[in-house]
Design a protein around this ligand. Sequence first.
Ligand code: HEM
Length: 149
Amino acid sequence: MGLAGFLGVTMLWVKAAHVIFVIFLMAGLFMMPRFFVYHHQTPVGSDEDKKWIEREDRLRKIILNPSLVLVWVFGLMLAFNADVWREGWFHAKLLLVLLLSAYHGWLIGYFKKLKKGERPLTEKRLRLLNEVPGIAAAIIVILVIVRPF
Ligand code: HEM
């Protein structure tokens, strides 16, 4: 259970907070590229285009960015508490979590391009990229629950 770490029983509350913000983060990571697909179907400069920019901006500011920060803060607290730095599953998890964070950064970058009226990717490519967070989350959950290595 990891109750022997410096957090003691509080560790359970930190873990609960970690998972809560993981859910919010994942919701945002699933929604944003879906928004992009709809956004792509609107003509540049149209009222609909502006509405999607507004929706994406809110998703970024209210859900995505705060959740990413809080997932990292609580996750690092858990990592120091349980002293997992030399464990194989944790190395693999960190790698995937960095990939998800990079994906997050890519989403924000793509949003800024859409805001400027640029549409660099095709809808098909966007739909493919949509699969990244789901696959990463599935592997992360197996790593933290099963701890296969
Ligand atoms: C951002 C950096 C992250 C760090 C440093 C981190 C670190 C950790 C650590 C050390 C634990 C184990 C706590 C323990 O049992 O002692 C944990 C638990 C957990 N993490 Fe993360 N995590 C991060 C991000 C994520 C992400 C992105 C996901 C899911 C997509 C995730 C899902 C989970 C889940 C489901 C648990 C609970 C497993 C259990 O019941 O023991 N974490 N995290």
